[in-house]
Design a protein around this ligand. Structure first.
Ligand SMILES: [Zn+2]
Length: 271
């Protein structure tokens, strides 16, 4: 599933590909990716409008048009692809946007679990409203994170996945962050000292920044707007490396299940 670095990469590419373009046509091939409105309402709200900007909040993409916003969550296999001529339809093409300059944007989604919906410009969006702080924002400080850990009884890995405190971390980067700062994924969040929270904060910012610079991680199906892979998979230290040797200490990397999801860690380096 795309996490912050992948969604940030797509946001930057979309910003340069669609900003200022007017949507001329919308073809909905799979209405189930529009859980909140009919294809005709969806199309009527967006057709003929110009895209003013593209932003990101957590793992959500936000297209700002005149009067409306288009909000997208890619979930497991959603991706946007850009074209300069109309692409041929295929089994995974769910929605096709045509622009006034003759270019096209396709929403592909193999499992079709992603969601797109529109809201009026000033509407409060409950999905976005409850999200925690952005890890690159000035509000994300060691003191903020320390306060959050005081209110949690969760193991660190689950604490990091919760999007209501700090947004953007999923299964891959939560494992990498905890390896980076040497903390066991099952350790209770409330057991961290102020110094440890400071290290955790630095690791979250550091790992996410490196991953954004590498255009994200492609392990299975993540592709960017140009259908290219990210590069951070070669920098992963523990995620997906069960049974391999830790590059710091040589101990075998372990995998455990937490709430049904795999966590990877070095039992020697992470306490
Ligand atoms: Zn180790």
């Amino acid at each position: 599933m795309p996490e912050l670095p992948e969604v940030e990469t797509i946001t930057r590419q979309l910003r340069s590909f669609v900003s200022g373009k007017k949507i001329d046509s919308i073809t909905v091939l799979r209405p189930s990716v529009l859980p909140k409105e009919t294809p005709s309402t969806f199309s009527a709200r967006l057709r003929g409008r110009r895209i003013r900007k593209v932003g990101r909040r957590g793992k959500y993409l936000i297209f700002c048009l005149d009067g409306y916003k288009l909000i997208v969550h890619l979930r497991m296999t959603g991706k946007f692809l850009s074209y300069h001529t109309r692409p041929r339809e295929n089994a995974h093409l769910r929605i096709l946007f045509g622009f006034n300059d003759g270019s096209w944007l396709a929403y592909h989604d193999q499992r079709a679990l992603g969601t797109l919906f529109t809201v009026q410009d000033k509407e409060v969006v409950s999905e976005l409203d409850k999200l925690g702080v952005e890890p690159f924002s000035p509000s994300f400080t060691p003191n903020f994170l320390y306060q959050m850990t005081r209110q949690s009884r969760q193991p660190l890995k689950e604490f990091l996945l919760n999007q209501n405190r700090v947004v953007g971390l999923g299964n891959i980067y939560a494992s990498e962050v905890l390896y980076d700062c040497g903390m066991h994924p099952e350790r209770g969040a409330e057991s961290l000292s102020r110094d440890e929270v400071k290290r955790l904060t630095a690791s979250i910012k550091g790992i996410l920044r490196q991953a954004v610079e590498a255009n994200g991680t492609s392990l299975s199906n993540y592709r960017d707007l140009l259908d290219q892979t990210g590069n951070f998979q070669t920098s992963l230290k523990v995620y997906g490396r069960e049974g391999e040797r830790c590059e710091r200490c040589g101990t075998e990397i372990k995998r455990i299940k937490q709430k049904g999801r795999s966590s990877y860690f070095c039992p020697q380096c992470q306490r």
